[in-house]
Design a protein around this ligand. Sequence first.
Ligand code: PNS
Length: 165
Amino acid sequence: MRIAVYPGTFDPVTNGHLDIVRRASSIFDRIILAISENPRKHPLFSLEERRFLAEEAVQGIENVRVETFEGLLVQYAKQRQATAIIRGLRAVSDFDYEFQMTLLNRKLMPDLETVFLMPSEEYSYVNSTIVKEVAHLGGRFDCFLPTGAAKALAEKIRGMKNPIQ
Ligand code: PNS
């Protein structure tokens, strides 16, 4: 059983994330989409909201499940008997952070490989932060998000003064 963890903040899950999940699910036997609380990023959605939206989005992809985790990613991955971490790589600008994180994680847990997947080009510029900004400024954002996440973001924006984080 080849298990991979796909970690992130998922605030909220986007179509780009889903694209990566689908690609990963055809390579590994089981994917665990693992949501980090990540208070440093001051997420707009609570951990439970993010989990709910991600669960809704991956329904129908059989070998994917959603969990939340705290603490070190490598320890969590080991507990789950994962042999790989999945990360999406969109543009050169992602590289520095991913490079640093991969080498750090490798130092901490040498047996755990990080596997980078590229999303379809139509999602190569999409990230949760930019989508939240577009939403807050009144632009159309539903094309970037799974249906449930788009609805939830619209509701969140209606109830908030400054939802951009
Ligand atoms: O989607 P993001 O915000 O780029 O995901 C970052 C995430 C959650 C994968 C990263 O911050 C993480 O692994 N956090 C868990 C704590 C940890 O292990 N930190 C050391 C590696 S950076």
